[in-house]
Design a protein around this ligand. Structure first.
Ligand SMILES: C[S@@+](CC[C@H](N)C(=O)[O-])C[C@H]1O[C@@H](n2cnc3c(N)ncnc32)[C@H](O)[C@@H]1O
Length: 209
């Protein structure tokens, strides 16, 4: 195993996930939904805590792994989470109930992200977590930046897309979309950004104004 692989494995291994997150993770894998890694979840929770996030939007509910991590630092935070699959949201609803998250802290919206996001208020959210259809990541991030308040943060897991973004020989549509996104964000003066190699990449974009 390479040094980097050992580091990634260890970063996941040292994270202790709650029973509810572990259960949701197992369920995700059974359903063929890819949840964020434990280390990525822990990093998302740290960002939610340091930004004192109250209003959080998630694009791509899955069965609730990332949602529980985002809600974990504060009992005051509220998650609006969007997914096109009602079945996935049914499992997520159960995940949030198992974790004893008060029902008024979670708003589940079933629909395609690009339809739902256009109806949401701009400059209103502390965090927008983008983890839905990877072919639409650029459009979802554009909406995320519109929805985020000044000082708010858009988080994009899988930004290094299975190690392919860093390899210029990989030119499939999804890899190219993530590569374009990462490059455009790195050169934007409207945001402060960082690309963390946690999991298969977490792009963190904080809106300046
Ligand atoms: C990678 S999974 C999300 C995993 C979740 N964030 C987690 O870590 O637990 C992607 C989710 O996006 C949903 N999805 C795919 N295309 C979508 C679209 N156009 N609009 C909304 N949701 C979509 C899928 O149904 C799936 O549940």
């Amino acid at each position: 195993m390479s040094e980097q692989d050992s580091n990634w494995k260890y970063a996941d291994y040292i994270v202790t996930e709650s029973d509810s997150i572990q259960k949701a993770r197992a369920q995700s894998l059974e359903l063929g939904i890819e949840p964020i890694s434990p280390a990525m979840g822990a990093q998302a929770a740290v960002i939610a805590a340091t930004t004192a996030a109250v209003n959080v939007v998630e694009i791509g509910t899955g069965s609730g792994v990332s949602g529980l991590w985002l809600l974990s630092p504060s009992k005051r935070s509220v998650l609006t989470t969007i997914d096109s699959e009602a079945e996935h949201q049914g499992y997520a609803r159960q995940t949030f109930a198992d974790a004893r998250v008060a029902p008024n802290r979670v708003r589940l919206i079933t629909g395609k992200s690009l339809d739902v996001l256009t109806r949401m208020n701009e400059n209103s959210y502390d965090i927008v977590f983008v983890d839905a259809d990877p072919t639409q990541v650029i459009e979802n991030v554009e909406h995320g930046l519109r929805l985020a308040r000044a000082g708010g943060t858009v988080l994009v897991p899988h930004a290094l897309w299975k190690g392919r973004v860093a390899d210029p020989a990989q030119r499939d549509d999804v890899t190219s979309a993530f590569r374009t996104l990462v490059q455009e964000i790195a050169s934007s003066s409207a945001v402060v950004s960082a690309l963390s190699p946690v999991g298969d990449g977490l792009l963190q974009i904080t809106k300046l104004a």
